[in-house]
Write a protein of this length. Sequence first.
Length: 766
Amino acid sequence: MEGTVQKRKGDSLFADVALKGVEIKAKKKRYSRKNNPAVELMKRVIAAKKQNKLTNKPYYQYTNYEKMTISLNGVTGEMMDSGLIGRTPWLRNQVEYSPLSGQLILPFMMNERATKVMYRKSPEKERTLVLGERSEGINQIFETGNIFNALSADAFSEVDIYDNSIRLLRRTMTSPIADDAIGFYRYYIMDTVQVDRDSCYHVFFTPNNQQDFGFNGDMYILKDSSLHVKKVSLSIPKSSGINFVEGLTISQEYELLSSGDWVLTVNDLIVALRVNKMLAHGLMVRTSTRSDYSFEPIDDKEFAGVGTVRKDINAEIQDEQFWKRVRKVDLTTSEKNMGKFVKDATKMKGFNWIMFFLRPVIENFVETGINGKPSKFDIGPVNTIISHNFIDGYRVRLSGITTANLNRHLFLSGYVARGFNTKRNYYKGELTYSFSPKKYLPSEFPKRTLTFHSSYDVMSPSDKFMVNDKDNVFAAFKWSDVDKMMFYHRHKLEFEYEEEWGLRLLANIKLEENEGAGNLHFRKLSDLDTELNIRTTEMRFEVEFAPGRTFTNTKQNRIPNNNDAPVFKLSHTIGLKGFLGGEYNYNVTEASIYKRFWLNSWGKLNCNLKGGVQWSKVPFPLLMMPAANLSYISQRGCFNIVNNMEFLNDRYVSADLEWDLAGKILNRVPVLKKLKWREVIGFKTLWGGLSDKNNPYIQQNENNPGLMEFPEGCYVMDTKRPYAEFSAGIYNIFKFFRVEYVRRLNYLDLPTANKDGIRLRFEMTF
């Protein structure tokens, strides 16, 4: 029997979508791929997709319009009558009915973006030109509100089923027509139907295992020699254990052009969101339409230069006439009134006090703007006000930074601190000039800055490996006594330049004086009774290339949007004896490579390789030590159970491997799968060596004035025995926490060695 599926003009594209998911009931007949008509059909579809891809064309271009709206979903009559919404007219006026969810919603954020996508096959290159983009809603209330837009775009990126892997929810999923899809999915031919006058096979598909990250869905395949997909609907199985997502549906439609080519014209997404049962539900709707397809030759100048994305100079200031011209779907009443909604919100009684307490939680900074005036100076980070270390005991710190509301090019930041035990005062001051105007802070991507830095403080040598601020209160809890520390005076002039397509250049000159503290002493082998300070002057040059990586700017740091991008880094440091007080000549070269590999339903593997050489004869403070993390809070890129300065080398190679299985094993254990825990294992190793010229223990260096005595607890590695440690952890505990067990595999005979331990981390993921 042949059915009919037709879309009437004005009908919702998702009128028949149930956001609660699809319930799959096992059939009595066991599924088999052998002699299965659905499998044979899909093999033909997969074989034909190479001929159906637009990248077979010498050129193509199209215009893409995208609208994303985020709303409070499930507004009830009680909320409208007697709740906060009912008592607040400007909230009540924002409520509207959504035919997509079938409920009342309150839209509070909307983004629009129009782009022109161009492709050339030889030499192959794709270029996206951002014609216009704008954002309205509560994200404008926060100076780092663009983080909501960037993270949403990264988590819910556009889907193309003609790709083998689909990137969604910050992971990759196998497309239902991927080259290896036959082994991952089960297929069922449901019927032969008419879709907009085209005869199509209706195929239902679902993952072999509902716990795997894959799709349920319906696909309509043209019943002709092209076997092109006419229409597809994708959803996430409820048992896959995705966090914060109650339901997700992607709908795509393809149309036939007059040229005879099938092209994607509709690529829409609906996501029902919920943090937990106590909090309100959210609804995110992204409508994406492609139009104005052309296969005519494109001028080579459109592909000139590097990078894949460029932005029109007027992209963020396009007028309403531009948006009416490119907009393919009408705005709802609430979307049109989004600007007024935000203005009314800021006029609400007590709004300034609410934001005063809310911003430190979200942004870790306190703004000083009052009476609606923008903040010119922010106080923070808040989590560094109180901290603790071996030398100071407890210490207090007050930090802050000027903002672009004071000057868009010139920024001043720093802190003053006081140690309770030492009764010493510390400071840090930075004056930064940004060659490009900033929206709020100088760290915004891309950076093109010149910075002068001056500071006096105390630190442990391993603090330089910390990604976060060394005074972060959560990092103050150590699994080992960090008693080897030093006071430092540091002055640095640094130039940093970034390109949006992934290149980063850095050059600086630094003057530093170090004074030993605690159990860290600087004593020459020729005079062990005298403690010295060390003065160095050095120049450092660094180049980094991370094609495809972008950042989301926050007030404290920058969050990479795409950790899939490979990162290549090369640096060289030159010590200058006799220049501005420098006491040593030296040369240090370091290089690193980072890459993430996706393993489909088996998760992902992060690989980080590093290596370095100290080419010169130097005292131990200028040697290389392992990147040790002494905190109970685990940190990427560091060894978990190596002590502070435990090994000193002048050459090293390290490898850091982490395999996130994404619940592949635990989701198959009957009881544990209900917890939705996910497993991760890691292995880290360090091969290091110390050449004779820098080894204070060999006879030829006895009384050598160019070397220093190693502090207690510092050792020379055996070049035939690399250090190694293993970790096994569980994350997604209560959706926010990660716990891992770390085990040291060798060098257990050293007095500084800890055999094992537990590390924690706050980690939120889908």
